[in-house]
Ligand binder design. Structure first.
Ligand code: AMP
Length: 211
């Protein structure tokens, strides 16, 4: 099954992608993870894109498209879940053309719907383990006591002023991608509010018939 997970920052894409990988055997392709990895490793690409990520802005389409295409090609075209890609209409157009060429078009474009107030709360309280990438929420899923505090950090783009910028960018540049997939009959809207297990069940039930 080939899925894309969509939604504003903080909607729970990463969490749901992880569950779908563990339980449905899909391969996880996250452009955000690929980009953060390049920044941490200080590769030329990482150095080029850091300023966009730190400012809460999107990395230019051509750069992300190359990363996404490479990642999809490496993983094969049978079972994958795209997390955080496509994020603009040009990215969606390029990907559609590429997947059509490979005879591997998406089965569903899953959009998680969460109100803005909840997004701001989730992101401002999100913490990440710098090595494993495991995410925590200070209230609902605090980091276990035996983990060294120094390993738990707030993402630089999860600071309140960056969160507002990311939500504004989402509304302006990213939300139109939903219309693109609605027109193709692939949009599946999922209520992203509630326990992550509930949200997972909603996704699985909704995509079952799409494959
Ligand atoms: P994420 O972890 O998906 O929230 O991504 C973190 C940051 O990486 C975003 O705020 C962007 O700066 C960049 N990024 C990730 N995916 C994309 C994409 N598809 N297009 C443009 N920028 C992206």
């Amino acid at each position: 099954m080939r899925l894309a997970l969509f939604g504003p920052p903080g909607a729970g894409k990463g969490t749901q992608a992880k569950l779908l990988v563990e339980r449905q055997g899909l391969t996880h392709i996250s452009t955000g993870d690929i980009i953060r990895h390049a920044i941490r490793a200080e590769t030329p690409l990482g150095q080029e894109v850091k300023k966009f990520v730190d400012a809460g802005q999107l990395v230019p389409d051509e750069v992300v498209w190359k990363l996404a295409k490479q990642a999809i090609a490496n993983e094969g075209h049978d079972d994958f879940i795209l997390d955080g890609y496509p994020r603009t209409v040009p990215q969606a157009e390029w990907m559609e053309a590429y997947l059509d060429e490979q005879d591997a078009s998406l089965h569903a474009f899953v959009s998680l719907v969460v109100p803005d107030e909840q997004l701001v709360d989730r992101l401002s309280k999100r913490r990440v383990h710098v090595e494993t990438g495991e995410t925590y929420h200070l209230d609902f899923k605090p980091p276990p006591a035996d983990i060294d505090d120094a390993m738990i950090k707030q993402r630089s783009d999860d600071k309140p002023e960056k969160v507002r910028e990311r939500l504004a960018v989402y509304k302006e540049e990213t939300q139109p991608v939903e219309t693109f997939y609605r027109e193709r009959g692939l949009l599946v809207e999922i209520d992203g509010v509630g326990d992550f297990e509930q949200v997972y069940e909603r996704i699985v039930e909704a995509v079952q018939d799409q494959a």
